[in-house]
Design a binder for this molecule. Structure first.
Ligand code: NAD
Length: 470
């Protein structure tokens, strides 16, 4: 039975306050858990600070063993994690299980990482060696769309490199992090992982705390800007994984029937609440109408339901605020484009919105310019590929993007011209843990994953040695 407590200095503790957690498929409260106040946040940071030297001194191998144990403990309860994830976040159970298994693999991947010293220069007289040392206390602040994997994505690299962590999940999806912290309480030394639950009121205190050395943040660009500013005073290390408005460019040589299911899935998975979801489609005019028709059929036939129900393909939007925001985009689509499928919320409890396809919409409509983060997809037409690229790149975001082409070489040529951190050709959302991932422009700063992501939790420490005796 989930205790619903905070984790501070190795102890599961009650919160000074309480927080209701809502199931988005019903719109009703399903849990009431501990919520921290400012004082408890101070205690969590102090515990992480006190635990840091001992944890750093353990070395990668011993830390990796404990991270693996945490992965094993989660795996033993993966069914319960997946069910809880669907209940708090809304995604269909199969997708929730995929997220939980992905998070377990992520922890195992990081448990196996080692920080080897690198000899930068060696001669008869000199040896210069670069070591990687931990930063100290890491604040791991996560959003509500992937509440399990976003936490493991930060915990894994932060812990293996010798940092201690204060985790703060989004208040609408804290449950899986609470369950993970309960398991961690029996595995990790006190203070190495601390969990704070808030109601969107402690993020600023955590991200500006003088004893926090690094903030690893995934969330909206607006909050990212605040964190960037808050870190300026003491020059914190900051990784920002922010919003996106990813374009899919469909070339004239593809078969619309073949590509439509891939584009539909890339746009609608997790009810469109994916930073790297396809959020705008630019299709060549020769295939435009047929592609729109195929996408509309897929939208009409998609099963939208409570993610716990068998057969559900698209669940609810995660929270009321986002639901209202997506309803605003529906209004914009109706005013500035032609809705060819969906266009309305479902007439039932919970935050369900019918998957919506919008054609003939202007480039300057809100649905095209802003991040909708919901199951509403604008499809635009182009005649000239350079024009499509210019329109795709004319956006403040640059997280991902896709190109769909029969001729792969043409596809790669187009991909090279998309200004974003990742571009896929004829596939989508393939994110291996050993490949760096992150945004250009206002989609972020820094990378997660790969050596770059791992090293972002360390600082280089160069020791320059004269070989001759003195
Ligand atoms: P959000 O920015 O509203 O909240 C994210 C987290 O920040 C929450 O835990 C919140 O409590 C906390 N927070 C709020 N105010 C804060 C402050 N002043 N200082 C520090 N922390 C604060 O984002 P969201 O609505 O939960 O998530 C959706 C957004 O996240 C979308 O824009 C999406 O594209 C983005 N996202 C990006 C990635 C990526 O890897 N680039 C992945 C998932 C989601």
């Amino acid at each position: 039975m989930l205790s619903g407590k905070l984790l501070i200095n190795g102890a599961l503790v009650e919160g000074a306050l309480r927080l209701d957690v809502i199931n988005p498929a019903t719109g009703k409260v399903f849990a009431n858990i501990a919520r921290a106040d400012a004082n408890q946040l101070e205690q969590a940071v102090a515990a992480a600070k006190a635990a840091a030297p001992g944890w750093a001194a353990l070395g990668c191998a011993a830390r990796g063993e404990m991270i693996s144990k945490l992965a094993d403990a989660i795996e033993a309860q993966k069914d319960a994690f997946a069910k809880l994830l669907t209940t708090e976040q809304g995604k269909p159970l199969k997708q929730a299980m995929g997220e939980v298994i992905g998070g377990i693999y992520q922890l195992r991947h990081y448990a196996a990482q080692r920080l080897e010293a690198v000899i930068l220069k060696e001669s008869d007289t000199t040896r210069i060696v670069e070591h990687r040392t931990p930063l100290g206390v890491v604040a791991a602040i996560t959003p509500w769309n992937f509440p399990f994997m976003m936490v493991t994505q930060k915990l894994g690299p932060a812990l293996i490199t010798g940092n201690t962590v204060v985790a703060k999940p989004a208040p609408t999806t804290p449950m899986c992090t609470v369950m993970m912290a309960e398991l961690a309480a029996d595995i990790l030394p006190p203070g190495v992982l601390n969990l704070i639950i808030d109601n969107n009121d402690l993020g600023a205190q955590l991200s500006s705390h003088p004893d926090v050395a690094k903030v690893s943040f995934t969330g909206s660009t607006g909050t990212g800007r605040k964190i960037f500013a808050a870190g300026a005073d003491d020059l914190k290390r900051i990784t920002l994984e922010l919003g996106g408005n990813d374009a899919a460019i469909v070339l004239d040589d593809v078969d619309p029937k073949t590509v439509a299911p891939k584009i539909f899935n890339g746009a609608m998975i997790n009810a469109g609440q994916v930073c790297l979801a396809i959020k705008r489609v630019y299709a060549h005019s020769s295939i435009y109408d047929e592609l729109c028709a195929e996408l509309a059929t897929l939208a009409e036939n998609a099963v939208v339901d409570d993610g716990l129900n068998q057969g559900a393909q698209i669940g609810p939007v995660q929270n009321k605020m986002q639901y209202d925001k997506v309803c605003g985009f529906l209004d914009d689509a109706a005013a500035n484009g032609t809705i060819v499928a969906g266009g309305k919320p479902l007439d039932r409890d919970g935050y369900f919105i019918a998957p919506t396809i919008v054609k003939d919409i202007a480039d300057d409509a809100r649905l095209v310019r802003e991040e909708q983060f919901g199951p509403v997809l604008p499809v635009l037409s182009y005649d000239d590929i350079d024009d499509a690229l210019a329109r795709a790149n004319d956006n403040e975001y640059g997280l991902g993007g896709t190109v769909w082409a029969s001729d792969v070489n043409r596809g790669v040529d187009v991909a090279m011209k998309i200004d974003s951190g990742t571009v896929w050709v004829n596939k989508h959302l393939d994110l291996p843990f050993d490949i760096p991932f992150g945004g250009s422009k206002q989609s972020g700063i820094g990378r997660e994953g790969g050596d770059e992501g791992l090293h972002a939790y360390t600082q280089p420490h160069v020791v320059n040695i004269a070989i001759s005796r003195i």
